[in-house]
Design a protein around this ligand. Structure first.
Ligand SMILES: [Fe+2]
Ligand SMILES: [Fe+2]
Length: 269
């Protein structure tokens, strides 16, 4: 069996979205199978690429150049699905990247179990959204997407705690804030395929945020650091802009992120 870090680099080096996520599922299944019965398969080390391989389409534009469309129109809703599919594909790479990039840090095996599971779920999310796009006569790559999604990964490539603070605990937590509104838009439009996909995503994303919080706190404990103080310092250092309320306090609490983590970083501070 390949080491987990090697498997991560293989996913990161695969460009096509459906192929990347198929490999991600296969590697996650191999890891799960190897872990049954409490075995400790090799994590190993491998050099992840600075930028993961991506398909030629979608064209990546600066956020301000991506055309805005109203969610009240069918085209607007397709654009919204396309944007979320893009986020999910980035998330697949982000989770495999954290596995490979920080594989030299000694960690309990549970850390790898969590991020393999998260990467597996993001792969499912991407495919669910691609299925929805295709059911509407579109596909991932049909529209331009945001460049700069990978910025947070690049900024924190040498800072493990910074990565945990910004990716799961800020960016994925933001997903918990905005997903209920998105589900409502598609419910009103009578689009049950999308509602079902988004419900799956919404339920599973809580765990990804929780993994972030769990391992962030673990590292704070290891280094005898105050989690709230360090979190604020890292987010102010790596995240450009302030956090936007309203916050989904209920789901954030479920994911182990108390209000004193995010309110002081919000626009209203
Ligand atoms: Fe996701
Ligand atoms: Fe996620």
């Amino acid at each position: 069996m390949k080491s987990l870090a090697q498997m991560a680099v293989e996913v990161l080096s695969t460009a096509d979205g459906r192929a990347k996520t198929a490999l991600s599922h296969a590697h996650a299944a191999a890891w799960r199978a190897a872990r049954t019965g409490g075995a400790r398969p090799e994590v190993g080390t491998a050099q992840p690429p600075l930028h993961p391989a991506r398909p030629a389409k979608p064209e990546l534009l600066k956020p301000r150049d991506v055309p805005r469309r109203k969610p009240s129109s069918p085209e607007g809703r397709i654009a919204m699905l396309h944007a979320v599919a893009h986020i999910e594909l980035n998330a697949v790479d982000l989770h495999w990247d954290i596995i490979a990039r920080f594989a030299d840090v000694p960690l309990p095996i549970g850390f790898f179990d969590d991020w393999v599971k998260a990467a597996d779920e993001e792969s499912k999310h991407f495919n669910l959204l691609c299925d929805c796009l295709e059911a509407h006569g579109s596909f991932y790559g049909a529209l331009p997407a945001h460049a700069g999604m990978w910025q947070a990964a690049e900024d924190t490539k040498d800072d493990f705690m910074g990565r945990l603070a910004v990716v799961p605990m800020v960016l994925e937590a933001r997903g918990l804030d905005v997903t209920p509104g998105m589900i409502e838009i598609f419910r009103k439009a009578g689009d049950s395929q999308v509602v079902d996909a988004l419900e799956v995503i919404y339920a599973e994303e809580v765990h990804h945020v929780a993994y972030g919080s769990k391992w962030f706190h673990f590292l704070c404990g290891r280094h005898d650091l105050d989690p709230v103080v360090v979190f604020h310092k890292l987010v102010r250092g790596y995240f450009h802009g302030s956090l936007k309320p309203p916050f989904n306090e209920e789901k954030r609490a479920e994911a182990g992120i108390p209000p004193d983590f995010y309110w002081p970083l919000s626009e209203t501070r």
